[in-house]
Ligand binder design. Structure first.
Ligand SMILES: NC(=O)c1ccc[n+]([C@@H]2O[C@H](COP(=O)([O-])OP(=O)(O)OC[C@H]3O[C@@H](n4cnc5c(N)ncnc54)[C@H](OP(=O)(O)O)[C@@H]3O)[C@@H](O)[C@H]2O)c1
Length: 251
């Protein structure tokens, strides 16, 4: 089996500069893909440049691009840029997400709107644009959350705003099947990244760690290979939400 099954393919990774998205960018580049590395905040620029330069130093092709994906035009610009720079897009991964841990009774309208603008609306239009622009045999993968299978409080707006992804993959998988494009979600449990720690206390981190099979939080290195598999040999998996969480939650 070739070690570079994605040679000649192009991947676009939204949120591809750092943490889970950064590792996905590098792992798809290792598999041979040219990668458009998207980032949003000015603070992520350095991480995006480091990811691009690590890929280039290993002999791969990559380019960083800033965009706030809550604007649908910006999502289109992302795909336009990938096609302009690399000639095509075969794999579109969306790792962009916003989180909030708060009781329902305290959540503001602005907080609700902000979460839904990225986790639901941008996620929908990302899949739409990928469906329009991907080559035959393409792969679309969005990062959801294992909270969709958990019975827990305080993440209502976050989990609710990721929930539409579950139906979106079913519809998109059917609609894009004639071009052999697969569409899936990967739904991790708690991951040891600043995204998670920003919402938690030492007590809740201990509680959530104890809920997994090894007593630890999830690691991005456990999730990136699943995304790579879906983008390569795992093409027959289609329209699914894959829960990957070390036995944290199931259904
Ligand atoms: N960490 C966890 O425990 C966990 C568990 C399950 C699922 N997830 C999901 O995994 C994904 C990656 O999370 P992570 O832990 O690796 O943290 P992360 O690096 O903070 O990922 C969030 C990404 O969303 C991007 N983003 C935020 N606002 C955006 C906007 N308006 N437009 C475009 N992109 C925007 C961020 O970019 P900037 O920083 O540049 O703004 C960042 O790249 C997220 O979708 C998250 O919901 C995480």
């Amino acid at each position: 089996m070739t070690t570079q099954p994605l040679l000649g393919k192009v991947a676009l990774v939204a949120g591809g500069a750092k943490n889970l998205g950064g590792l996905i960018s590098r792992s798809l580049a290792d598999a041979g893909a040219a990668v458009l590395v998207h980032y949003n905040s000015p603070a992520s620029r350095e991480a995006a440049e480091a990811t691009v330069s690590a890929i280039q130093q290993s002999g791969g092709k990559a380019l960083a691009l800033q965009a706030d994906l809550t604007g649908v035009q910006e999502i289109r610009r992302l795909f336009d840029t990938a096609i302009h720079q690399f000639g095509r897009v075969d794999i579109a991964i969306n790792t962009a997400g916003k989180v909030l841990k708060k009781p329902i009774t305290d959540t503001t309208e602005a907080e609700f709107d902000e979460l839904f603008a990225l986790n639901a609306k941008a996620a929908y239009f990302f899949v739409q644009e990928a469906g329009r622009r991907l080559e035959r045999d393409g792969k679309i993968i969005s990062i959801a959350t294992s909270l969709l299978a958990a019975f827990t409080g305080h993440y209502s707006a976050y989990a609710a705003s990721k929930a539409p992804l579950e139906h979106l993959v079913r519809a998109a998988a059917k609609e894009l099947a004639s071009r052999n494009i697969s569409v899936n979600n990967v739904a991790p449990g708690p991951l040891d990244t600043p995204f998670f720690h920003g919402q938690e206390s030492p007590e809740s981190v201990a509680y959530l760690s104890a809920a997994s099979m090894n007593g630890q939080l999830g690691d991005i290195r456990d999730i990136a290979p699943i995304v790579r598999f879906l983008a390569t040999e795992g093409w027959w998996i289609n329209g699914q939400t894959l829960f990957a969480n070390g036995a944290f939650a199931t259904r």
